[in-house]
Design a protein around this ligand. Structure first.
Ligand code: GDP
Length: 475
């Protein structure tokens, strides 16, 4: 299903990268993750730490004082919006400090660093320069990769089948009852198409509700439309048909199939071939704590979503996508974000749980290729730690200012007062997390961002993560 046009587009993108690489080496760093995983906060913290020469002990180039200058430059791709770094930083550092606006669409930022390479000869021969092009995009969009290989009929049959098992079945009731009344072979009716798309979208959105917290719900743009909100490109939905159905001309099925094909051609392909395929490094932020708290179904669903995401990085010899997609990415970090919401004594356990999910996901995605690192990370640490004694027992707690309106038990916070919270223990055996039983056992509240008074943001393992992602480019 890949055409010559796609190859030409790749070649064009590749040439552009090559030409600009001749002047100054460039690393294209992809930052992704499902909604609210922490992409915006991560990029803002990373850029701030490099621009302000924050102490980063495990990021060698910075720790060794070899980065002499860091600055923002106009980004190379005119077709991408710029990542709104200044706005996000302003939100975090304003008097009423708050978390920035989350990622809704793809954006880009170019950070340029002047550095002295390691080693005797290099030191004597002066400076080098590297561009780091950071590309922020919704992880939901990666879930669309399989659509490139599925016909409308195949996609419909698969989507219907997965909506007929628990916990999705209960969420899909309204959409299913509409489907029962639609005849794909009868003449197309625009209102029916609109209604079907509406109910299908709200089924997907309900899967994202806090109770169920499903992760794997393509098409990606239905949940994260970016600039396509309200566009006719999104006015389609699966119908109850077999994978080999054929539709008469002018039928509802034919209309839906045509729109699906346009979505794949005009939305999915340009993203994968024009942007994703040109990344060199990738960090995937995962909100594992929310999934853990939601229970075993949510964990299994997260695992499935990560397998789908990893499939996009697959480099297997017989994968039709291998020649085009993701062939350059050679380092991937899976980061369990917001690790400051648990005590550090649970960080290893969080890493072990994410490691287990990723391992299974990698096996399912027949993944091979890039080096993978797993980290429990807090790009901006909003808490510190303390030990509380309660009923003769020492409880490892975290301390911070919960956002106004957050509650624990009967207590409601006012957004100004500090609180010590025992978030609960993660299981020592990561398998337990997949078996469930943790539902509601963890206590998380949203904290306000830390008060920095113009200094750098505190973090957990941002330096180690940067070293893994970029360290070799400064040697
Ligand atoms: P995005 O949708 O992936 O761009 O997610 P954001 O970066 O906007 O993060 C979503 C929310 O998660 C933020 O509004 C914060 O409440 C929270 N968050 C993100 N990163 C951190 C972190 O490092 N520590 C804490 N405590 N909260 C975080």
């Amino acid at each position: 299903r890949t055409s010559l046009i796609d190859s030409a587009r790749i070649a064009a993108g590749g040439l552009k990268d090559f030409a600009s690489g001749l002047a100054t080496p460039t690393v294209r760093l992809g930052v992704t993750g499902l909604a609210r995983a922490g992409k915006t906060v991560f990029i803002t913290a990373l850029v701030h730490a490099l621009l302000n020469q924050t102490r980063l002990p495990l990021f060698d180039a910075q720790a060794q004082g070899r980065i002499s200058r860091a600055y923002l430059e106009p980004q190379p791709d005119d077709d991408l919006p710029r990542f709104a770094y200044e706005d996000h930083l302003a939100a975090l550092t304003a008097e009423d400090r708050r978390w920035p606006e989350s990622t809704r669409r793809i954006s880009q930022l170019r950070l340029t660093l002047d550095y002295t390479p390691q080693g005797f000869i290099a030191r004597n021969f002066g400076r080098d320069r590297v561009h780091i092009d950071i590309v922020d995009y919704p992880g939901e969009w990666l879930l669309d990769l399989p659509l490139l290989g599925l016909s409308y009929q195949e996609w419909s049959a698969e989507t219907l089948a997965s909506s007929r098992v628990s916990p999705r079945l209960a969420l899909a009731r309204d959409w299913h009852s509409l489907l029962a009344a639609l005849d794909p072979m009868k003449p197309a009716d625009e209102q029916q198409a609109v209604k079907a798309a509406e109910l299908f979208t709200s089924y997907l959105a309900r899967g994202r509700g806090t109770d169920v917290s499903l992760s794997a719900l393509p098409p990606g743009r239905f949940l994260m439309p970016g600039d396509l909100a309200g566009s006719p490109l999104l006015t389609f939905a699966p119908l109850d048909v077999t994978a080999d159905a054929s539709f008469p001309r002018g039928s509802l099925g034919a209309l839906m199939a045509r729109r699906y094909d346009s979505y794949v051609a005009k939305v999915v392909k340009p993203f994968f071939f024009g942007h994703f395929a040109r990344l060199d490094r990738q960090i995937i932020l995962v909100d594992a704590l929310t999934a853990l708290n939601a229970g075993a179904d949510a964990m299994r669903d997260l695992q499935k979503a990560l397998a789908d995401v990893l499939a996009a990085f697959r480099q297997g010899a017989n994968s039709w996508a291998s020649a085009l997609v993701g062939r350059r990415i050679d380092r991937i970090v899976f980061a369990a974000a917001k690790a400051d919401l648990i005590h550090h004594t649970s960080h290893d356990r969080l890493e072990a749980i994410l490691g287990l999910i990723v391992k299974d996901a990698a096996a399912r995605a027949e993944y091979s290729g890039a080096d993978i690192d797993i980290a429990a990370l807090a790009a901006i640490r909003a808490t510190r730690e303390a030990t509380l004694r309660q009923k003769g027992e020492d409880l490892p707690c975290i301390v911070g200012i919960p956002q106004r309106g957050e509650t624990i038990g009967t207590e409601t916070f006012d957004g100004e007062t500090e609180a010590a919270i025992f978030p609960g223990d993660l299981p020592a055996n990561p398998e337990e997390a997949l078996r469930g039983g943790l539902e509601g056992a963890l206590r998380f509240v949203k904290f306000r961002p830390p008060l920095t008074a113009g200094r750098s943001f505190p973090h957990i393992r941002l330096d180690r993560t940067l070293e893994f992602l970029l360290g070799d480019r400064f040697r």
